[in-house]
Design a protein around this ligand. Structure first.
Ligand code: ATP
Ligand code: MG
Length: 266
């Protein structure tokens, strides 16, 4: 299998609290990888380690054949990122904000218009960032990640705070990117129902541990084996699972939490 990102036993400890615990991820080239987990699961921390923003306590990772920590700078050049809510200079236009990032990255001038067009902000490039709606700010954040069309995008909850139509728009944009830009996308969320509309593969994190990794079909299969999805309906020979993946995800997290509690009591 052609993986563009692999992590090996990636671990982050803050004093005696383990935020990310021996996580080994496998992200296929050209795929959209949904990184799921409830609040505090360790998604942002994992992504920050991949971006060199915080150092792993243990473990390592390889991105596009380059190994951390030796190739840290080369890795960074390959990744466009959107971590938590990106901030901008409010008194500069969207275009001016992107131009600052472009200059830091040493990219050609036309990469700004290219990124604005990709996210559908070309008409609003000359508006001040403080006059952008929330959805437009998220788009500007994505445009920043897309400058120079990097081969890898790491997007931390890019639909956070958006209304349903904003979510729909950003989701469609993200879905279109692997074929538009030949890139691989790692995207985090705490909602499986959101991720299942976009992702090819998913990883589920809870309390820093990876509970599941595989395709959505693998998750359905493993849920069926575990008997977690009781309401499956058989129509012909096709198994339909209605609105249940979210339940599967929540059940997995609940089971893990119960097991943790039990271990803690022993
Ligand atoms: N600098 C830090 N110092 C101490 N603890 C931290 C630090 N950063 C994160 N943590 C803890 O690590 C855990 C994981 O946090 P993280 O932000 O990675 O979660 P998350 O999965 O991104 O959650 P959310 O969905 O809320 O964004 C949390 O318990 C958090 O409080
Ligand atoms: Mg987070």
């Amino acid at each position: 299998m052609d993986y563009i990102i692999t992590t090996e036993q990636l671990t982050k400890k803050y004093k005696n609290f383990t935020s990310v615990n021996n996580v080994s991820l496998h992200i296929r080239k050209g795929s959209i990888y949904g990184f799921l987990g409830p609040n505090g699961a360790g998604k942002s921390t994992t992504m920050k380690m991949l971006l060199g923003l915080t150092a792993p306590t243990k473990g390592s990772f390889t991105i596009d054949g380059r190994h951390f920590p030796e190739d840290r700078l080369a890795i960074l050049k390959e990744i466009g990122s959107f971590i938590e809510s990106p901030s901008f200079y409010a008194n500069l236009t969207g275009r001016e904000n992107l131009d600052i990032i472009r200059r830091i990255l040493g990219l050609p001038k036309d990469s700004v218009d290219d990124a604005l067009e990709l996210v559908g902000l070309e008409e609003f490039g000359n508006r001040l960032a403080k006059k952008y709606s929330l959805g437009m700010k998220q788009r500007l954040g994505l445009a920043g990640a897309l400058l120079g069309r990097p081969p890898i995008l790491i997007l931390d909850e890019p639909t956070n705070g958006l209304d349903p139509s904003g979510i729909h728009e950003i989701r469609n944009l993200i879905k279109s990117l692997p074929s538009l830009c030949s890139c691989t996308i790692m995207i985090s969320s705490h909602m499986l129902s959101e991720i299942e509309l976009m992702a090819d593969d998913i990883g589920i994190l809870n309390h820093g541990r990876l509970l599941f990794e595989g395709s959505l079909d693998d998750l359905r299969r493993s849920a069926k084996q575990d008997g977690m999805s009781a309401d499956n309906k058989l129509i012909g020979d096709q198994m339909l699972i209605e609105n249940q993946l979210e339940d599967v995800f929540l059940a997995m997290v609940d089971q893990d939490n119960a097991a943790r509690k039990q271990r803690a009591q022993l």
